[in-house]
Design a protein around this ligand. Structure first.
Ligand code: PFF
Length: 476
């Protein structure tokens, strides 16, 4: 059967279903929370430029490589790597690359769900404001009416200081993720993507238009597209690479696993192009949605991880219809986060199903519970365990709490390493004929792709890893 895996999984019902699910996996907190945060902190234009260069030159070729490996291997991430290696006459130890990826995805899931919990918190707060105002006969009221700026930003601190609340929100989000993955590729993942992604796009466009009309669009465009090259340091390169990989769902088992459910008649190259294009457009649009609002109220774009949770609510407090827009904004992020977290859970779930012969429901539940437990540690890292520094010996992690350490370790180290080995495998170790036939590319395009995967990606990723990480490790 086309697109069926070892565990007997049925596969996507159509190419469109796969594209929606893969775009759903790609578009998430990475686009709306992480990208604007990093762009804001790293000087805007320069970061955006480097990011786009990484997406086009490395990200896109690797998206094609990973889907191709998944489809050729036809199993979970580890099984697929072993299968393709075997077919190419290479050691089955390449399965370790699948293991590295699944581990990265699993760790990302654990903190991703905590951040998504914050999003749910703000859906509740802004929803309460909106419905309160609606019943009072003023649906176009601002959010947090009557609160001072300090009170509004203080809400994030209140949330962080309350472990119980953080944990309950984290339970809600993880339960939704487990519920969808437990329902299967067809009835769970595919259905969720089919409803949530179109809804997401409509909301995104509405708020971007709102921001363009009521915010300071010109300043946002200047901020995002005027590069200041002096801002490009090895650390910025490392951040941008990590973000490109994170945003495209590369090296975290998601694409390898989803690839196995793609039927043989789908032409992979244009499909990969579409996924990368959609993901990058949403990141740019998210910037164009958020920064005009930030600048309109004279706030700092370098607000850090609190950008969308503290800075934006302050803006919603003074903008027309802020309560309604705020609620819609957080619902939009919630949808995006959910279609991504299901892909993060699917990787390790598919593997446990194949490895231990468990049913889908049991596998999803157990994997989700373990990831949830690690997430609890992240949540406690904001209050009871705020002094814990998991990798405190390493300069770049000396100041980071548990969640940021997991985020940084996966994004800056595990994803680049995973991408490096995917590039080496597809570029040098896999059977060239199989790779060529599966890619759907021919002539110059095939040569270009092959060059980017075999040469550009390994060299660039290695350089970024060496110059981005070593100085910190050596204490310089
Ligand atoms: N791409 C997702 C985002 O940008 O939020 C995060 C993610 C999903 C990373 C799935 C990795 C993955 F396998």
């Amino acid at each position: 059967m086309a697109g069926a895996t070892a565990s007997g999984e049925q596969g996507w019902s159509s190419r469109t279903a796969f594209i929606l699910a893969a775009v759903g996996a790609a578009v998430g907190l990475g686009n709306i929370w992480r990208f604007p945060t990093l762009a804001g902190e790293n000087g805007g234009g320069a970061f955006v430029l480097v990011y786009i260069a990484f997406v086009v030159l490395l990200g896109l070729p690797l998206v094609l490589s990973e889907i191709l490996l998944g489809r050729t291997g036809g199993s979970d991430a580890i099984g697929s790597m072993r299968n393709v290696a075997e077919q190419s006459g290479r050691s089955k130890r390449w399965g370790a690359l699948g293991a590295l990826q699944i581990t990265a995805g699993f760790l990302i899931l654990s903190f991703y769900s905590v951040v998504a919990g914050w999003v749910i918190n703000y859906v509740f707060i802004s929803g309460g404001d909106f419905f309160g105002a609606l019943f009072a006969g003023d649906p176009f009221s601002v959010a947090f009416n009557g609160e001072t700026q300090d009170q509004i930003t203080g809400r994030m601190g209140d949330l962080f200081a309350d472990p119980m609340r953080l944990i309950i929100l984290h339970v809600l989000f993880m339960a939704a993720t487990v519920g969808i993955v437990a329902s299967g590729v067809h009835d769970g993942i595919e259905k969720a993507a089919k409803w949530l992604m179109p809804a997401f796009f409509v909301l995104l466009i509405i708020i971007t238009i709102y921001g363009a009309f009521t915010g300071n669009f010109a300043e946002a465009v200047a901020f995002m597209f005027t590069p200041d090259f002096s801002k490009i340091t090895p650390i910025v390169l490392n951040e941008a690479l990590g973000q490109a990989l994170f945003s495209l769902s590369l090296a975290a088992g998601g694409l390898l696993t989803y690839g196995a459910y793609v039927s043989k008649d789908v032409n992979l190259a244009p499909t990969a192009g579409l996924i990368a294009l959609a993901d990058t457009s949403v990141a740019i649009l998210a910037g164009l949605m958020i920064f005009p609002i930030v600048f309109a109220v004279g706030l700092d774009p370098a607000g850090g991880p609190a950008l969308i949770f503290q800075t934006l609510p302050v803006a919603f407090n003074v903008m027309p219809g802020g309560a309604l827009v705020g609620m819609v904004f957080f619902i939009l992020i919630f949808f995006a986060a959910l279609t991504s977290s299901i892909s993060l859970l699917e990787g390790p779930t598919a593997w446990t199903m194949d490895r231990f012969g468990w049913g889908r429901k049991k596998a999803a539940l157990i994997v989700g519970m373990v990831a949830w437990l690690i997430g609890v540690a992240c949540a406690l890292g904001y209050n009871m365990w705020s002094d814990v520094r998991l990798l405190g010996f390493w300069n770049i992690f000396a100041e980071t709490d548990i969640l940021d350490t997991l985020d940084g370790f996966t994004g800056k180290i595990m994803l680049p390493l995973g991408a490096l080995f995917v590039a080496i495998f597809v570029g040098w170790r896999a059977d060239a004929n199989v790779v060529k036939a599966q890619s759907g590319l021919s002539g110059g395009m095939f040569i270009l792709w092959r060059f980017l995967v075999a040469w550009a990606a390994p060299v660039a990723v290695s350089l970024v890893l060496i110059f981005g990480l070593l100085p910190g490790l050596l204490g310089e």
